[in-house]
Design a protein around this ligand. Structure first.
Ligand code: ADP
Ligand code: MG
Length: 423
């Protein structure tokens, strides 16, 4: 292979390199939701390409160097508008000036501004064109650039370069601009699709939310309203107490749903703090005790700690997570039974085991735990464990469930110990 072609191919790789960076930065922006990374960061890539191309050129004569700088220049002008075009012209002329070669510098001084002005007019229409038209425009521009530079160098500055070299140069530039336009378009389209997907996902959550609120919150409210209305009727005081209890239960259900949604949607900013595990469990147990008493269920705690164990998390969310698991345990037991809560620490993790003597689950049910709206209860919401799972995940923990039908279920929550200190 001709030595010059080899050098031009290296130049070609230099042009592709910033495109991969572009792809990568888009991914980083998407994965880490870096909204601060504005569209203007795209302008860095043509500039980077141009500078690299010019710093590693193909030297044909002492006075005359070749490189593929036209490709990033045209691309920047077409996609980035006239401001980027002007920046690119200034950078090109500056680098061309300091790298030496008077005649070549003058060729650039004439050809770049001419092309800059043409790009200014074309770029207005360019972005709205189809990909095939864009490629056609790209090839035509390369052709014009090529003819222009060839004309200026041979006619005005009388530089004589073999015709076969001009052909090689032209071919590589055409291939380059086609590949680069295609890649640029593919990358842009890819990420537009991704952005649409994220938006669609958000809309879906909102519509689910609206549907659930109308079901799970409106129903209990309607029932409550009905019973309160009936309270004003002439009924015995015993019946009144019954009605009031039903109304209160329904209100509690509505509150549960709202709590779960708020915990899951995390309206408040993340606010992690050091939590003492046994203290949090005790708090939740106190909260759930009235429910357990109604149910005839006992709660057995073995929170014996040689030391105080701490974890990092959000207090309210962690409590809600434990509450949901304990409440499921209560609900799984029709007859009297016990719920055991154990703390099992090891060197790095602490395990909270919550064991009930309820109806248990099938393997398939265990598999579906944490899925939104998965419930086997008549009045269930299927949101409780979704919340618990997401809270534990946000605390870098895991949940393991084992269950025997008719015997009971054990939820083991594993959380990293933050740092434990002697009491
Ligand atoms: P909900 O309690 O509203 O049904 P959850 O997300 O809290 O929603 O629980 C989902 C399902 O998981 C429950 O409907 C139940 O079938 C099952 N489940 C959860 N915990 C237990 C448990 N301790 N024993 C038996 N089944 C359970
Ligand atoms: Mg539940």
């Amino acid at each position: 292979m001709n030595l010059l072609t080899k050098d031009l191919l290296i130049n070609f790789l230099i042009i592709l390199f910033p495109l991969f960076l572009l792809q990568m930065s888009y991914l980083v922006k998407y994965v880490y939701r870096l909204d601060a990374l504005k569209g203007s960061f795209l302008t860095i890539f043509p500039i980077l390409s141009l500078v690299l191309c010019m710093l590693f050129p193909v030297v044909i004569e002492e006075d005359f160097v070749w490189d593929l700088r036209w490709i990033p220049f045209l691309l920047g002008g077409l996609y980035g508008g006239y401001r980027l075009g002007i920046i690119l012209i200034v950078i090109t002329l500056f680098i061309r000036y300091i790298t030496g070669g008077e005649n070549g510098f003058y060729v650039s001084c004439i050809s770049f501004p001419i092309m800059g002005v043409s790009l200014f007019f074309i770029s207005k229409y360019y972005l709205k064109m189809s990909v095939s038209k864009k490629i056609l425009i790209g090839i035509s521009l390369i052709f014009i650039v090529h003819t222009l530079t060839q004309f200026i160098s041979t006619q005005i500055f009388e530089l004589t370069i073999g015709i076969s070299l001009w052909k090689q140069y032209f071919t590589i530039q055409v291939i380059g601009i086609v590949v680069v336009i295609l890649l640029w378009e593919v990358i842009l389209t890819n990420f537009q699709v991704l952005e649409k997907l994220v938006k669609a996902e958000k809309l879906q959550i909102v519509s689910h939310l609206a549907a659930s609120i109308s079901h799970e919150v409106r129903n209990p409210l309607t029932v409550t309203r009905g019973y309160i209305q009936m309270l004003s009727e002439d009924v015995s005081s015993h019946t009144k107490v019954q009605y009031a209890n039903i109304a209160l239960n329904e209100l509690d259900r509505a509150t549960d749903v709202i709590n779960d949604y708020l915990t899951f949607a995390a309206v408040s900013p993340e606010n992690k703090e050091r939590l003492r595990v046994s203290e949090e469990i005790q708090h939740v147990v106190n909260r759930i005790k009235p429910l357990a008493n109604d149910n005839g269920t006992g709660l057995k705690l073995s929170l014996f700690e040689e030391e105080a164990y701490f974890i990092m998390g959000e207090k309210k969310k962690f409590q809600q997570c434990l509450f949901n698991i304990l409440k499921n345990g209560l609900e799984s037991m029709q007859d009297d039974g016990e719920i055991y809560i154990h703390l099992i620490p090891d060197a790095t993790n602490i395990q909270i085991m919550i064991q009930d003597q309820g109806i248990g689950m099938t393997q398939e049910q265990i598999y579906r735990l944490g899925e939104p709206y998965f419930t086997t209860k008549n009045k269930g919401t299927g949101l409780g464990l979704m919340v618990s799972y997401s809270v534990i995940k946000s605390m870098d923990g895991t949940i393991h469930v084992s269950s025997v039908q008719g015997k009971g279920t054990c939820f083991s929550i594993n959380l990293p110990i933050h740092r434990y200190e002697p009491i």
